[in-house]
Design a protein around this ligand. Structure first.
Ligand code: TIU
Length: 230
């Protein structure tokens, strides 16, 4: 089984057949101007450094035959799955459901809600639509992973301290072994990004492990069969 020796707080070993690459919310609404992230007052360009390493990791995971799961945060057009507490929070420039340059903000089916072109899911890869920050809350993700006998997750996406952290915490309580890839997760706030990663690995890996995608690329087989036969 591949081992990421450089992972902190200690080496992370995973089985390719029971590990999924989880790509959280790499949507235009968070990464491009005119979407939800910008409406909250954020500099969305801060997230773009994640796209290239995540693209390389996606390609390698697909070549190795790993399970890949994408998620998208968003709501039904009638907002029936959006709690008033989320809809009315704060004083954003545009609220969830308002019309923006990429369609209605954070609404399923709109251009802005979809995943950026560089990381588009392949046909057949599951895309889990989620109304909350955590990917397990009110979704079929738990059942989907159970069906595939997945017990470990390579976690990527945005943002580090919001949807990535919430999902890692949910996954940790459900018994998954999570490795978070530092260069493939991003935040609008560099200090939250750093602290968020530190929180995962602290206390002996209280929520999981942290490493870089290059550490994973170094141990992934280039074909599904080459690992099985080695
Ligand atoms: N605002 C922020 O940092 N993130 C979110 O609202 N959603 C996700 O992280 N996907």
């Amino acid at each position: 089984m591949p081992t990421i020796a450089a992972a902190r707080p200690f080496p992370y070993t995973f089985d390719l057949t029971t590990t999924a690459l989880l790509v959280i919310d790499m949507q235009r609404d968070f990464l491009e101007p005119g979407g939800f992230g910008e409406s909250l007052g954020n500099d969305v360009s801060r997230l773009r450094r994640t796209i290239a390493p995540l693209g390389a990791l996606l390609a390698a995971a697909r070549a190795a035959g790993m399970t890949v799961v994408h998620t998208r945060e968003g709501h039904l057009p009638d907002l029936s799955d959006c709690p008033p507490a989320k809809l009315q929070r704060g004083a954003p420039r545009m609220r969830i459901g308002d019309p923006g340059p990429n369609g209605r903000i954070l609404i399923r089916g709109e251009y802005g809600h979809d995943i950026v072109d560089e990381l588009a899911p392949l046909p057949g890869e599951p895309v889990v639509d989620k109304p909350g920050k955590g990917a397990f809350h009110a979704t079929g993700l738990g059942d989907l992973l159970a069906e595939q006998k997945i017990d470990s997750l390579l976690v990527t996406g945005v943002t580090t301290e919001v949807c990535v952290h919430t999902t890692v915490r949910e996954a940790n309580d459900r018994g998954y072994e999570c490795l978070v890839l530092a260069d493939c997760v991003g935040s609008y706030f560099p200090e939250f990004h750093r602290a968020g990663l530190d929180m995962i690995a602290a206390q002996g890996g209280i929520f999981g492990w942290v490493a870089d995608s290059t550490d994973v690329l170094a141990v992934l087989p280039t074909t599904p069969s080459s690992y099985a036969s080695s």
